[in-house]
Design a protein around this ligand. Structure first.
Ligand SMILES: O=C(COP(=O)(O)O)NO
Length: 250
């Protein structure tokens, strides 16, 4: 049973970086300090994962931004969960909305991928979130519920899962969800978990918010009872902002 820190802050670097910029970012993160009682996990592109894992100080952990749904084999271009375990990468992000939209990943596929990653031994940040159309057309709760229900048949060990709520309309737009909007969805996700797993397990699963988080809006968001941290995109590429966000949740 993983003994999880109460709060979790992830940094999703997405498809960004050069050796030089990654080296600089790692140096700046190593020069900074983060609270010891939170999990801080950065997700570089695959090609920089080993370099970052080896050069980041122990206060930080690393994640892959994705992995394949099956074990090693004839899957050209894919990286397997087994390879991540073998290279000592403990975390993986699954179901990011950019992969759902750009790579056609269905909730069923994300559920299977999440289950496989956990079965292999990884810890998973599983992403859910609605588009603006889904929110405005009244299918917000249906969308979130179906994304969550796809996880349950595959996930056996919820102690190694973090749920990231990332409204698509807030990702990369500067239009952050209000604390009330985020709390409303996080509370709903907590209820979905409780209905399936019981209150105790539901309370132990970190539900983190992502979508235009920055050092100016993180403090108010962090005060919400069901927001257990963040999954930060753009602001995670700037060490001062990311460090400020990490220190806002403690
Ligand atoms: O996709 C995101 C959020 O990105 P931004 O912070 O750039 O909106 N996290 O995984």
């Amino acid at each position: 049973e993983a003994s999880n820190a109460r709060f979790f802050v992830g940094g999703n670097w997405k498809c960004n970086g050069t050796h030089a910029s990654v080296e600089k970012l790692v140096q700046e993160l190593n020069a900074g300090s983060v609270p010891s009682d939170i999990d801080v996990v950065v997700a570089p592109p695959f090609i920089f994962l080993d370099m970052v894992r080896l050069s980041l100080k122990n206060e930080y952990q690393v994640a892959a931004q994705n992995c394949w749904v099956k074990s090693d084999g004839a899957f050209t271009g894919e990286i397997s969960a087994e390879m991540l375990m073998d290279t000592l990468v403990p975390w993986v992000i699954t179901g990011h909305s950019e992969r759902r939209s750009l790579c056609g990943e269905s909730s069923k596929f994300v559920g299977e991928k999440t289950g496989h990653a956990l079965d292999v031994g990884l810890k998973v940040i599983a992403c859910v979130g609605e588009t603006l159309d889904q929110r405005n057309s009244g299918s917000l709760w249906y969308t979130l519920d179906s994304q969550m229900q796809a996880l349950f048949p595959n996930v056996k060990d919820w102690s190694r899962v973090v749920i990231a709520y990332e409204p698509v309309w807030a990702i990369g737009t500067g239009q952050v969800a209000t604390p009330e909007q985020a709390q409303e969805v996080h509370a709903y996700l907590r209820t979905v978990l409780a209905n399936k797993l019981g209150e105790e397990t539901a309370a132990s699963v970190r539900i983190i918010y992502g979508g235009s988080v920055n050092d100016g809006n993180c403090n108010e968001l962090a005060t919400m009872p069901d927001i257990d941290g963040f999954l930060v995109g753009g602001a995670s590429l700037k060490a001062p902002s990311f460090l400020q966000i990490c220190n806002s949740v403690a």
